[in-house]
Design a protein. Structure first.
Length: 433
């Protein structure tokens, strides 16, 4: 169940002003903004807790962020304000504190990493000024600098940096738009009390029905909406759908009438990416405890090529491994124990074959979650900013979309989801005056 006290939905409450589908950050932000303005709002959530892809697990003794892990660019970021409102303790993760290993476990000099990064940025700049038509980032690199894909350091950066940041594999990323979104300033931070602490102010006085997966949305201009969930029907003037892009792409939620082609084409075109996490807890630390990150140039692109060291901000001996790009989807097909074993092979490449087994672990598998079907959206070949931003137009003045996938400027972020929720609330208020 949710960690926060939710307003218990009235047993017979079936007719409200607004129904919000999904109790993630976008949905709860929408609902909170409307509740503060006096609207009668009901949130329908498929799971037994709120938060969506913002989920903190404490079973390892420290917060394992199953989904979103950082406040990206805290300066001016609205999520920073939410964190401050609950007096959440934060820790700045130092990107410059890192140790990188080649695939054989040898340490790579900092100077090489710095120079190769500068080279990669020059390649990206050259791509921006060379082509008149979109193509995959991988193909564009092959055309302007084929040696980049052959160089193990550059190849590692393409995955550990670009694929992790975007959520998509370079084979599918748009060479035009993969890095054209915007970011707030400042070094990324983690929340030591758990990222889900920011949900508390969003949940205040909001009426949420948990365990109510929506399967059918009927909408009609001038006649409101009927939302079917868990065998029940709920009615409202307007519905705000914050289902993740992966769910929309799966067509598990039926719309009557069918969505306009302008919306459906955007859903079909956009990419839904993935990042797999494996949090490994050990009896004692066998790694440099003051180093923030460990990188590994694994031969399989995307395979556990970046690790976050919890000892820089926690007393728990935890290494958080990350798999990205195409490898993330591949590894999530395996049982959890096999995922951990695969991750431990890479840890042993870094720190030796004689290190101990983890005493506990947690693994994320967002591609297997039926209510997300992926981690976050990315800009696929052929996508344009309008494919994200075009979701913002209400359908028949009764159906509104929100979520990180509905804003190109800030897609794939918690603050993007939050800002989309505020936008959706404003649209609701324009429709219901």
């Amino acid at each position: 169940m949710s960690a926060f006290p939710l307003t218990k939905a009235q047993a017979l409450k079936r007719d409200v002003d607004v129904i919000v589908i999904g109790a993630g950050v976008a949905g709860m932000t929408t609902a909170q903004a409307l509740v503060q303005e006096g609207y009668d709002v009901l949130v329908l959530e498929a799971k037994d807790t709120i938060g969506g892809r913002l989920k903190t697990d404490w079973s390892l003794g420290a917060p394992f962020e199953v989904g979103a892990g950082w406040i990206h660019g805290p300066v001016g970021n609205p999520i920073t304000d939410l964190a401050k409102s609950v007096q959440a303790k934060s820790f700045v993760t130092d990107d410059d504190s890192s140790l990188v290993f080649d695939h054989k476990g040898g340490e790579v000099e900092d100077k090489i990493i710095t120079n190769k990064f500068k080279d990669l940025m020059r390649v990206y700049k050259k791509i921006d000024g060379t082509f008149d038509s979109d193509q995959s980032l991988e193909k564009a690199i092959k055309r302007v600098s084929p040696q980049t894909l052959e160089d193990p350091v550059s190849r590692w950066m393409l995955s550990a940096y670009t694929e992790f940041d975007t959520g998509g594999p370079i084979e599918n990323l748009s060479a035009y738009y993969f890095d054209e979104d915007e970011a707030f300033d400042g070094a990324d931070v983690v929340l030591l009390d758990g990222y889900d602490s920011i949900l508390e102010p969003l949940a205040d006085k909001v009426d949420v029905l948990l365990n109510h997966p929506v399967d059918h949305i009927e909408y009609e201009a001038g006649d409101g909406v009927t939302v079917h969930a868990n065998g029940e029907a709920f009615e409202a003037y307007v519905v705000v759908c914050t289902c993740p892009l992966g769910v929309l792409k799966s067509k598990k939620v039926k719309f009557s009438p069918a969505l306009p082609s302008r919306i459906q084409k955007k859903i079909d075109r956009l990419g839904m990416g993935n990042v797999t996490k494996a949090a490994l807890k050990f009896e004692s630390a066998f790694w440099p405890i003051d180093t923030q990150y460990f990188g590994v140039m694994t031969e399989d692109k995307g395979r556990w090529n970046y690790f976050l060291n919890y000892r820089t901000f926690s007393d728990e001996n935890i290494l958080l491994g990350l798999s990205v790009g195409a490898y993330a989807g591949k590894i999530e097909q395996l049982p959890e124990k096999d995922i951990v074993d695969d991750c431990m092979m890479v840890v042993r490449d870094m720190f030796g074959v004689d290190i101990s087994e983890p005493i506990n672990f947690q693994v994320s598998r967002w591609s297997k979650d039926p209510y997300s079907l992926g981690a976050y959206s990315y800009t696929r070949v052929g996508n344009k900013p309008a494919d994200f931003d075009g979701f913002t137009d209400p359908v028949e003045d009764t159906l509104i979309f929100a979520g990180e996938h509905t804003t190109f400027k800030h897609h794939a972020t918690v603050h993007g989801a939050y800002l989309s929720g505020l936008r959706a609330a404003e649209q609701v208020m324009e429709l219901i005056e």
